[in-house]
Each structure stands twice: as C-alpha cells, then as structure tokens.
Design a protein around this ligand. Sequence first.
Ligand code: ADP
Ligand code: MG
Length: 270
Amino acid sequence: TQTQLVNQEKMASLGQLTAGIAHEINNPINFVSSNISPLKRDLKDILELMEIYREKGREEFNEESKSEIEEMEEDIELDYLIEEVEQLLNGMEDGAKRTVEIVRGLKLFSRVDEQDVKKVDLHDGLDSTLILLNSNMSGKIKLTKNYGSIPQVECLAGKINQVFMNIISNAIHALSDHPVEGREPELTIATSLENGRVVIKIQDNGPGMPPHVRDKIFEPFFTTKAVGKGTGLGLSIVYTIIENHKGTIKVESEEQVGTTFIIDLPINQN
Ligand code: ADP
Ligand code: MG
C-alpha cells in the first residue's frame, strides 16, 4: 500500500540520517574525550608543583630552597604545561560546541511530529538539513547559500524539511558519486520572494539527467540507483508534500551541466 511505501522511504531516510548524525557527533565527542586524560595528567603535575611550592613556602626562604624550586620548575616545565592545558581545553570547547550545533540542527529538523500548520523560517529547515548532511559532503562539495529576505511560510515544518532532505541528499549523491571531471562539485541554495510566493532553488553542477530520466523522476519507484541504494520514492514524496502545500516544483537539468530544483510556496495556506 501507499502508506507502507512512504514508511519504507521514511525508514530509509531515517537510517541515513541516523548514520550521518552518529558520524557527525562521533568526531567532536571523540576529540573531547581524548583530550581528557592528557588534561588530567597535566593538572596532576600542576597540582603537585603547587603542593611543593606550599611546602617550600612554609620554610625559611633561603637561597638554597630558591634554587631547588627553580630546578623543579625546569623539570616540570610549568609554562609548557599551562600552554598545553589551554590548548586541550580549547579543543574540548570546540568539540562540545560542534556537538551542541548538531543537536540544535537535529532539534530544528525533527519537527516531524508537528501536526499543525505553522509559520516557519525556511532557512532554519535548510540549515538544519545541511548540518545533518555535512558528513555526507565530506568537505569536498563547495556550498553556497544565497538566502534572500523571505517571510515566514505557513507549512508543516517536518514535511518541508523532508523535502529539503530528499532533494539535497540526491544532489550530494549525484555530486559525490558522479562528479563531472575537472570541475569542483558545487551545491547552491537560494531563496527569494517572487510575486508574493517564496521560491527555493537547489542547484548542483553534477552529472545532470538525460530527458528520459528527468521526465520520470517524480514517479514512485523510479530510480537509476543500484538495488538497495535507492527506493525511487524520495521525489514522489517531495512532489506530494509540495502539492499538499499548494506549491509547485520544477526541475531543470542538463547532462554534464547540472540540475536545479525550483520550489515555490505560498506564504499562507488559506
Ligand atoms: P532515489 O534517490 O531513491 O533514486 P528519488 O525519487 O529521490 O529516488 O530520485 C529519483 C531519481 O532522480 C534518482 O535515481 C536519480 O536518477 C534522479 N535524480 C534526482 N536528483 C538528482 C540530481 N540532483 N542529479 C542527478 N540525478 C538526480
Ligand atoms: Mg532520493
């Protein structure tokens, strides 16, 4: 049945998403945790040094103990320790911030449960999708955001985010699996307000599609991907969601040039 198919695609994209998030969070968290033990060791050394100072401080401050302290300082290399502690802490801070960022992306994205039509900032949905897909881009795709000033759009945020997820992950797939030789892979996302409707353009300079493929992409089960790689349901779901929001979706594609999806949505649903 249709519901089963939709669920199947949902599960597939959920799996993809989960793998992406796990990968994304793994790096910064590993970094944070690998900094902990050298930090503990450094702090232990620093504390030991402080202990020695305290002991010595109680004694009469003669020339002898002074030179003794200097010797110890040389041994423990306090300056070096302090610098290292700072570096380790900065690294941990970066890792923790990145993790917070990912969780923020996830929170913004996963509004799938929201059943009510609400005014939302579509840039949040685009950004959270990009945060979650960041690891799939593996730093090789140049991303350009040309966000215009657009009003909030009345929609089911979770559904619209699914639209962004499906289109952008297709683009990333095209760019990374079939890049055009001699050209840097690029993904460009633009938004604008045109004739009272919000327009979202998602463009890649990937392999593009021949006309006979382009004409079928919104059909359920149409896929050019290997068995197990694609369900062919992503864009048919996209089409339905956009239609349900009284929007339109168009595709422009040329072989060896690239593909652009153009969505337009009304600002209000009434
Ligand atoms: P799936 O991704 O599971 O194949 P979709 O419905 O998401 O199913 O996409 C259908 C087909 O459309 C893909 O198999 C691919 O051939 C084509 N396609 C979609 N987006 C792009 C793109 N950005 N560049 C090239 N081909 C694309
Ligand atoms: Mg797809």
